[in-house]
Write a protein that binds this ligand. Structure first.
Ligand code: PHE
Ligand code: FE
Length: 293
């Protein structure tokens, strides 16, 4: 199976050969964190756990509680993985930074979440470009304790390997962006956040659910996969799901036909577009001047 996945092994875009993928896994080197590193974690954790109250979805808050996350020091991945593994079979493995798509997909398919082993510096409290341990652990790991979301992430990893064969990684990556990183969920008591890119950012946590500026539109797979995104600012459009059940059921279907439709259709939406057929929760004013980041 693995051999088919990398038909272009050795090509100039270089996904690497499957034999080489394990080399992306690093040591966490937990004992090398300095007291300054742990203090950065503590300050981020304290601030952000207040901000996510009433804004993050219930499943995420349950995950924080279930993992008994320690406010005072950077989590030890091996320790945390014991609890997580008992809940959903997921574990957290360390990486030095971003890794290529294919080994990333492969890890997710094996229920291994690659988390950055480094932490930002005190002067980067509000924003850091590369995913560090605060983004990865505080943002992503709590939901991996939720059985449905855990299944979604594994399915996504397998779907990534398949998208590679269809030449549609770009489209599938947009689904990840607008769900796993920047997803909103409509819950009984209001609009809530589940995306890790939001939940690890104090500014965007407030912005995503309270600002008049962005669009909030019901998730539609094809539409999302045709939508560009911005990496340098708050999102101009958020996509909203009803439940993790809905997300899992919709994405579980075979995407082969959808990929063919997308290729044939050739439509691309800008990050702030409202498309024909969108179910709009809120149409944004887009009236914010580069809020951050
Ligand atoms: N069902 C998708 C496919 O057939 C895989 C997938 C599952 C993608 C879940 C994303 C999320 O390719
Ligand atoms: Fe992330």
């Amino acid at each position: 199976m693995k051999a088919d996945i990398v038909q272009d092994s050795g090509n100039p875009t270089g996904h690497g050969r499957p034999e080489d993928w394990p080399k992306y896994i690093a040591d966490q080197g937990w004992e090398n964190y300095t007291s300054e590193d742990h203090d950065v974690w503590k300050a981020l954790f304290e601030r952000q756990s207040e901000i996510v109250k009433g804004r993050a979805c219930q499943e995420y808050l349950d995950g924080i509680a279930a993992l008994e996350m320690d406010q005072t020091q950077i989590p030890n991945f091996a320790e945390a993985s014991k609890l997580l593994k008992a809940k959903t079979g997921w574990e957290v493995v360390a990486v030095d930074g971003l890794i290529p798509d294919l080994p990333f997909f492969q890890l997710l398919a094996e229920r291994k979440f690659p988390a950055g082993n480094f932490i930002r510096k005190p002067e980067q409290m509000d924003y850091i470009e590369e995913p560090d341990v605060f983004h990865d652990f505080f943002g992503h790991v709590p939901l991996l304790a939720n059985p449905i979301f855990a299944d979604y992430m594994e399915a996504y990893g397998k779907g990534g390997l398949k998208a590679h064969q269809h030449g549609t990684i770009t489209n599938l990556a947009r689904l990840y962006w607008y769900t796993v990183e920047f997803g909103l969920i409509q819950q009984e008591d209001g609009m809530r956040i589940y995306g890790a890119g939001i939940l690890s950012s104090p500014g965007e946590t407030k912005f995503a659910v309270e600002s008049d500026s962005p669009n909030r539109v019901a998730l539609d797979l094809k539409r999302v996969m045709q939508t560009n995104y911005r990496v340098d600012d708050f999102q101009q459009t958020y996509f909203v799901i009803d439940s993790f059940d809905q997300l899992f059921k919709e994405t579980y279907a075979d995407f082969s036909k959808l990929y063919e439709d997308i290729k044939a259709d050739n439509t691309e939406y800008a990050p702030d577009d409202i498309a024909d057929g969108d179910t709009v929760f809120t149409r944004g004013t887009q009236a914010y001047a580069n809020g951050k980041k």
